[in-house]
Design a protein around this ligand. Structure first.
Ligand code: ADP
Ligand code: 5RP
Length: 559
């Protein structure tokens, strides 16, 4: 009898990496490991006040090694010996500068402590000015509108803005960087030993959604356009591979060094990498007109559409329409919110400040105070189940607005408080604001003729808080199905590992066999939906008003 075969999905998140061992026949999840990035957890190389968020490459290497080893130790040896492939999903746009041999600069002694030589995490917003310049140039009429397939607005979260920003700030990095590589492309390259810039297989997902790659202009934007953004971008077009790949294809084979380090069989397939939400959508079983929302720190939303539905059609205000970035034969429309759970995390930190002071003053109470601090979010999220007519209203743009129409200058806001407003009222209005932000994304798709047949939720919050999910369903006035898998992005990566290893010849069959089932479907409560309809109008009005004020203030500061 032929032995069962297994694959590993690696999901590189903002704080940690998850490794998941999956049966290729049925998608059963057999073992897993998680590891937080050690330097990141110490707060190194980042400064939230200036929106600078950097990951040291060594963090990825150390955490991946530990997570995979943990996962392997949770299953028996027969399973380990029958692992035939690895799939990789990561956050993005999270690029790093590499030298002519493909070594990330921060892995070289002279750059080891330089945050500009590390991975620039997706949520780093230090490149707002450069993103604005890209938009001005793309809309100037001097060049083709290179932003047309990314929603018409280039974001500071993305590749070219980040590279231009770092290169202009740091001439040593600019000089040493031969090219810049997205994390989603770097991990498979590392595992296969193909880090040399001319060998690396870049995925269509990162290229199309963040680097303005499109077949219409034969790949990347022209050298003239890139050097108009910044002369420091010269030669980067030439140093970027001409061809890009979908994730059902192989990036290469696991090399001996990494096989030994991780404890995996040598020579197994490593699939081309892609972003977390794209692989998550596949893991969630998304088909035509399904909107999959990865709801966690931020949200990343993928609407899966048929090529014919968007042929000759440009969807504005989103983060891209790219064929093959999720399922190879579909176009994935990407959108998202730059902060979702991060808004709640901010509020939790605010409320927990006196507890932290208390713990410093009375060390004997530290543990108890920490317990209270970590129970704040679950408790608040339970308390908002009770309906309230509080008039407090918030904007969810605490980390800028990603969709609709990216604008990273924008900030969060809360209005309409009085002396009776309490901590739960404020938490409720923050949750409402994140749900309104989600509804604004749906409207952006629907207003432009797209169809949303089902909403599927994955990510931490879809499981951690029933009250928040119910509120989202009430606000969006749609059913929301929550998937069973706790690691849906890693499961999607595992599906691509099975495809790259040749277990399935088409992605739909692989998805049918291996994707997650649902565990719960939230139904909108009609009465609450009516209430939120009005509140949503107020949110939109408040948003328009605040946007005007914030942009006017930003313009004044620039003068
Ligand atoms: N009980 C809770 N209710 C609401 N939000 C929560 C709760 N517990 C954690 N969170 C939020 O969940 C987010 C983390 O989501 P998760 O999906 O686990 O991580 P990531 O986005 O890094 O993959 C944090 O921003 C945190 O504020
Ligand atoms: O924008 C993205 C993909 O295009 C990010 O990868 C994503 O939003 C990261 O989110 P999280 O840390 O919440 O999983």
């Amino acid at each position: 009898m032929e032995e069962n075969k297994y694959v590993i999905g690696l999901d590189f998140g903002s704080d940690s990496i998850r490794a998941l061992i999956v049966d290729v026949l049925n998608g059963n999840e057999l073992g897993s490991g998680v590891c937080h990035y050690p330097r990141w957890m110490e707060g190194k190389y980042s400064d939230a006040k200036i929106s600078q968020f950097r990951h040291h490459p060594q963090d990825y290497i150390d955490a991946m090694t530990s997570a995979v080893q943990q996962a392997l130790s949770s299953v028996n040896k027969d399973i380990v010996n029958n692992i035939i492939g690895i799939g990789v999903d990561t956050t993005g746009s999270t690029p790093a500068p590499v030298d002519e041999n493909g070594v990330v600069l921060a892995l070289k002694p002279e750059f080891a402590e330089n945050p500009n030589a590390m991975f620039i995490l997706w949520k780093d917003h230090t490149a707002i000015d450069e993103a604005e310049k890209i938009n001005l140039l793309a809309h100037s009429g001097e060049f083709p509108d290179y932003t047309q397939y990314v929603g018409g607005v280039y974001s500071s979260e993305w590749y070219w803005a980040k590279i231009a920003h770092i290169n202009e700030q740091d001439s040593a990095v600019a000089k040493a960087a031969y090219t810049w590589v997205e994390l989603a492309d770097w991990v498979p390259a590392l595992l296969t030993g193909n880090i040399a810039p001319n060998q690396i297989r870049r995925g269509v997902c990162a290229a199309g959604h963040k680097a303005l790659w499109h077949a219409d202009w034969d790949g990347l934007p022209s050298e003239e356009f890139l050097t108009a953004i910044s002369p420091t971008l010269k030669s980067l077009r030439a140093h970027y591979s001409k061809q890009v790949y979908t994730s059902d294809q192989e990036a290469g084979k696991l090399n001996q060094q990494w096989a030994e380090k991780l404890g995996l069989p040598i020579g197994i397939s490593v699939a081309v990498g892609a972003f977390d939400c794209h692989m998550g959508a596949v893991g969630a079983g998304a088909r035509e007109n399904d909107l999959v929302k990865v709801i966690g720190t931020s949200t990343c939303d993928i609407l899966m559409v048929k090529r014919e539905d968007v042929t000759g059609k440009l969807i504005e205000g989103i983060c891209g329409q790219v064929e093959g970035s999720a399922l190879p034969d579909f176009v994935a429309l990407e959108a998202g919110q730059s902060a979702f759970g991060d808004v709640y995390a901010w509020y939790q930190r605010l409320l927990a400040w006196p507890l932290q002071l208390g713990a410093e003053k009375y060390p004997e109470l530290k543990e108890k105070l920490q317990d209270i601090s970590s129970s704040l979010l679950p408790t608040l999220s339970q308390l908002i189940e009770h309906h309230s007519d509080s008039h407090v209203l918030a904007l969810d743009w605490f980390n800028g607005r990603r969709t609709p129409f990216a604008n990273q200058h924008l900030k969060g806001a809360i209005v309409n408080m009085n002396l009776g407003t309490n901590a739960v009222d404020i938490f409720r209005c923050l949750v409402e604001s994140t749900a309104f932000g989600a509804k604004a994304i749906n409207d952006c798709f629907l207003d432009q003729g797209m169809t949303i047949k089902r909403i599927i939720a994955i990510g931490g919050i879809s499981k951690k808080s029933a009250s928040i999910m119910q509120l989202c369903s009430d606000v969006m006035e749609t059913e929301i199905a929550v998937v069973k898998s706790d690691q849906c992005c890693a499961l999607g990566a595992a599906i691509f590992a099975a495809l790259a290893a040749g277990v399935y010849t088409d992605s739909i069959s692989a998805q049918k066999a291996m994707s997650s089932k649902f565990i719960k479907v939230y139904q909108p409560d009609r009465e609450r939906s009516r209430y939120y309809r009005e509140r949503y109008e107020q949110y939109l009005m408040f948003g328009n008003y605040m946007e005007e004020i914030i942009m006017a203030t930003a313009a004044q500061t620039e003068k």
